[in-house]
Ligand binder design. Structure first.
Ligand SMILES: NC(=O)CC[C@H](N)C(=O)O
Length: 402
């Protein structure tokens, strides 16, 4: 509990120092300091491999209420390097709880801190952007901790997918009663358990492959479709995944990408990726489908994004479309034919989805697997199935409907 933990310090690379009580294991954690605005889903957040290398602050003020169970993790371990909460719940109160959040952090060796100032911390990160940081229960001199923060690696250029990926291929089969209709090769760049589960429920037998699989390894599975997963780190440092993506594009096999996978598709077709100031992490991000004008409330966890193509006109129009760069609706040329931006974030205009118009490939920057988060976008898995059925997308934006 916050009142019983050791005196603990959080230091950001700009020198900001917050003092609080240890929450979790004694020790130290270093990483990129980010914040997540989800009111629920801390267990899925902690176990999402995309958080590898990050210290995550929760903006919801009371964390741990429902404890920890063995059904909700998104992977076999906690991946955040450190955890920041305002007030840990004194009780784990749920019929599903098997133990407390703090016991789990301790058991997995994750050092966290409970500090009263999570709101001030979040505002600092919004102003200055994501920063390197450290949490320590053992160092009490901020200047000394700051020195080590400044010597720690940043997120730009970090190749982390190969750290979190599965060492061996494995298969997720459709549940009993669901016929197998497709074989999907899923490149695990940091895959969450909910993703193959959503695919398997739709009749996909999912062969999960290590991050560094080549196009030849992927195509050796004889897939009807290829999936590139979410994952941690800087997409610019994952050239091996970009090369594999290009090989699969050349083969003309249907492709679906989520988050990191979307950034890899973007890079494979010649778009740049860049680091956002503080990213999108939470469960209520509004995303517009540019084909229909429909807005989806979606789950996010990303710090990088695809840059709009240089020919796109990014001047803004009024009212409902205020944050939709008009140029985003214009198809643009790539080495694989024309492509289009399909979705944008209505808070800030960031590209949230792309697709190729001449090849069966599409991707989204947000999380239709919704773990945690709203299920608004779950039909993207049906669109992947439709793409494998027909080689065409089910929604508008298709070649004939431009
Ligand atoms: N969830 C993800 O796949 C994150 C992708 C990438 N590491 C980013 O931060 O943007």
């Amino acid at each position: 509990m916050s009142s019983t933990g050791p005196d603990t310090m959080l230091v950001l690379e700009d020198g900001t120092t917050l003092r609080g009580k240890g929450f979790g294991a004694y020790g130290e954690s270093f990483g990129e300091m980010v914040f997540n605005t989800g009111m629920t889903g801390y267990q899925e957040t902690l176990t999402d491999p995309s958080y590898c290398g990050q210290i995550v602050a929760m903006t919801a003020p009371h964390i741990g209420n429902t404890g920890i169970n063995d059904e909700d993790p998104e992977s076999h371990r906690i991946w955040v390097s450190g955890y920041v909460v305002r007030e840990p719940s004194r009780l784990a109160s749920s019929w599903r709880a098997q133990r407390s959040l703090e016991a789990e952090l301790k058991a997995q060796g994750i050092t966290g801190i409970s500090v009263p100032g999570t709101r001030a911390l979040t505002m600092r990160l919004r102003e200055h952007g994501a920063m390197r940081a450290a949490v320590s229960t053992v160092e009490n001199n901020p200047a000394r901790l700051l020195e080590r923060v400044l010597a720690s690696p940043g997120m730009t250029g970090a190749d982390l997918a190969r750290i979190v990926t599965t060492p061996h291929p494995y298969t997720v089969a459709p549940p009993s009663g669901v016929a197998t209709r497709y074989r999907v090769a899923a490149v695990d760049l940091g895959i969450k358990a909910a993703t193959p589960r959503n695919m398997a429920q739709r009749g996909m037998e999912v062969k999960v492959l290590p991050a560094t699989s080549t196009a030849r390894d992927i195509l050796a599975v004889s897939p009807d479709g290829v999936f590139f997963s979410n994952g941690p780190g800087d997409p610019a440092a994952a050239g091996y995944a970009v090369a594999a993506m290009r090989g699969v594009l050349d083969a003309g096999v249907p492709i679906f990408g989520i988050c990191f996978g979307s950034q890899i598709l973007s890079r494979a077709i010649g778009l740049d990726t860049y680091k956002l100031r503080y990213g999108h992490r939470g469960v209520n991000q509004p995303v517009m489908d540019l084909a229909t004008g429909r807005v989806y409330i979606t789950s996010h966890n990303h710090g990088f994004a695809a840059a709009l193509p240089p020919e796109a006109d990014t001047s803004r129009t009024g009212d409902a479309w205020a944050h939709v760069p008009p140029g985003a609706r214009k198809p643009f040329g790539t080495p694989y034919g024309e492509a289009a931006v399909t979705h944008v974030n209505l808070n800030d205009g960031v590209v949230e989805g792309i697709r190729l118009l001449d090849r069966p490939a599409f991707s989204v920057q947000y999380h239709p697997e919704a773990a945690p988060g709203p299920h608004d976008a779950v039909d993207l898995f049906d669109q992947f199935a439709a793409l494998m059925d027909t080689g065409l997308m089910a929604s508008a934006h298709g070649r004939g409907k431009k």
